[in-house]
Design a protein around this ligand. Structure first.
Ligand SMILES: [Fe+2]
Ligand SMILES: [Fe+2]
Length: 177
C-alpha cells in the first residue's frame, strides 16, 4: 500500500460520518431540537478521528516531509490551503462545542448556531477531501521515492498506534481535574 492509502481509507469513514450528520441536520430542522449527546459524539469523531488521527498524519508526517522537498508554487499553495482548511475546521468545531454547551444549559437560540456549524462542516469538508484525493495526494506522491513513501506509511502506523493511548489518557486526566 502507498502512504496515501490509509489517508484515503480514513476519508471514506469521514464521509460516512458527514452523511450521518447531514441526516441529523434534517431532523434538527424539522423537529426544531437537537440531542446534545449526538453533537458530543460528532465532536468526538471530528476531534479525535478526523483532526488528531487523520490531520495529525497529514500535518505531522506528510506535510512535514513535503516541506523538505522543493515543491512547485502551485503545490506549496495547495498545501497551505489544506492547512488553513484544518484550522478552519478546528475553529468551527470549537464554535459547535460552545453552542452545544449553551443549548444544554437552556439557551434554545443556540440551536441555530449548532445547525449552522454542522451545515458548514458537511459542506466544506467534502471539498477538502476532494482536493486531497484527486489533486494534492497524487501531486505530492511524485516528490517521494518508493522508499520514502513506505517510510511515511510505517510512520503513519506508528502514529495511529499512539493515538488510542493519548485519547484515553486525556479522558482520565479530564476526569481527575
Ligand atoms: Fe486534510
Ligand atoms: Fe485528509
Amino acid at each position: 500500500m502507498q502512504a496515501r492509502g490509509p489517508l484515503m481509507i480514513e476519508h471514506r469513514l469521514i464521509e460516512r460520518m458527514l452523511s450521518v450528520i447531514k441526516d441529523e441536520l434534517a431532523e434538527i430542522k424539522s423537529k426544531n431540537k437537537v440531542d446534545p449527546v449526538f453533537v458530543d459524539i460528532a465532536v468526538d469523531f471530528i476531534r479525535v478521528y478526523a483532526d488528531r488521527t487523520h490531520h495529525g498524519k497529514e500535518e505531522d508526517i506528510l506535510f512535514r516531509e513535503l516541506t523538505n522537498k522543493s515543491l512547485s508554487t502551485k503545490d506549496r499553495q495547495a498545501m497551505n490551503e489544506l492547512i488553513e482548511d484544518h484550522v478552519f475546521g478546528r475553529q468551527t468545531t470549537k464554535a459547535l462545542v460552545d453552542a452545544n454547551s449553551r443549548y444544554r444549559h437552556g439557551d434554545e437560540a443556540a440551536l441555530t448556531d449548532i445547525a449552522e456549524k454542522l451545515q458548514i462542516l458537511v459542506e466544506f469538508y467534502p471539498k477538502h477531501i476532494e482536493k486531497e484525493d484527486k489533486v494534492f495526494f497524487p501531486a505530492s506522491r511524485a516528490y517521494f521515492t518508493d522508499e520514502e513513501d513506505q517510510a511515511m506509511l510505517a510512520e503513519f502506523w506508528e502514529f495511529d498506534r499512539k493515538v488510542i493511548h493519548e485519547k484515553y489518557k486525556s479522558v482520565v486526566q479530564d476526569l481527575e481535574a
